[in-house]
Ligand binder design. Sequence first.
Ligand code: CBH
Ligand code: ZN
Length: 399
Amino acid sequence: MAPKRGILERLDAGEVVIGDGGFVFALEKRGYVRAGPWTPEVNVQYPSAVKELHREFLRAGSDVMQTFTFYASDDKLGNRGNTAAQIGCQAINQAACDIAFEVANEGDALVCGGVCQTPTYLSGKGKEACQEEFMKQIEIFLKNDVDFLLAEYYEHVEEAEWAVESCKATGKPTAVSLCIGPQGDLHGIPTGECAVRLANAGADIIGINCHFGPDECIEACRLMKEALDAAGIKKHLMVQPLGYLTPDAGKQGFIDLPEFPFALEPRIMTRWDAHKFARDAYNAGIRFIGGCCGIEPYHIRAVAEELAQERGKLPKASEKHGQWGEGLRLHTKPWVRARARRAYWENLQPSSGRPFSSSMSKPNNWGVTAGDKDLIQHKETTTQEEMEAVINRATHKEE
Ligand SMILES: N[C@@H](CCSCCCCC(=O)O)C(=O)O
Ligand SMILES: [Zn+2]
């Protein structure tokens, strides 16, 4: 088999690289990940569940299998009484690599090793301690010779810079994406300035993932591109937004919306929203286009279908999906057959079906982040006293 073309070779050639979607959210809904800690011990406990989700994304058109190593840093696995630490960082990250490579090799997909923000940073323990946590994972990715490294899901550009430094020191191509919107990072660093700092830290691919829906993430990428252009810096851009619409989110993103994480369903993007997202991202000059929480394989299939001409192919899963609903021509009901056309779906404004739903929510807006005492983490289980304090504060804020 010819060697796979690397991520930078593909992007340098102007190709579209399609990412995968949201693993923790998808596997939590399927009963394999615990919401709250969100740690990926499932790689060791139920590997077939992770493998099947990778397979669904591969069939849907994903060119990248991200190792399911989100929140798999040693300190997170043991944070606030989490028992995933008993399975351990080494076992979880190695199992994730095994699974990602097995599925990637069923197609022409690349494998990227993923690291993300840490409780160590939130507790203010500094650069050396954070990079120690990153290296425990990166060493496993190196041993497995992943195709590239991805530092994703950072609310503070400072920690992302440290992660990029650790990744780049390995010599592997390095991608980095912040979970911020157009309003900047949580320490008030403007979004464009974050991009320039990450470029200066050595990142090859820079962008945004999570916390916001497609429109806000593409706007944040636009600000990044504007700042990079102004600084005369050329970098590949990536975007992997939520599969939820969040026009009402504040700086903290969807974490701050009252619906997070168990009542976001009314906000789910349709596959037609995903078509628009893919086109908007492409037109913004972004070529690494994927998704995060809430993005399911059918959304990725829609991205691949929208960009089929640019990519010169359709994904396997399109064998079961007529373009723009043409499969409805086989429906028994005439009025449904009448919907087998792009004009119908592209112009539909779907209802939520919830008579008492407002279209927007109010973010909690506590306005605290790393550096505030409220963000200090600990290994011990969250105490009842801590719970009473945060509930009391949340209740009074709502009054
Ligand atoms: N690549 C990862 C990204 C997960 S982003 C998770 C957001 C929730 C985090 C939290 O509530 O702490 C994935 O696919 O799950
Ligand atoms: Zn996410």
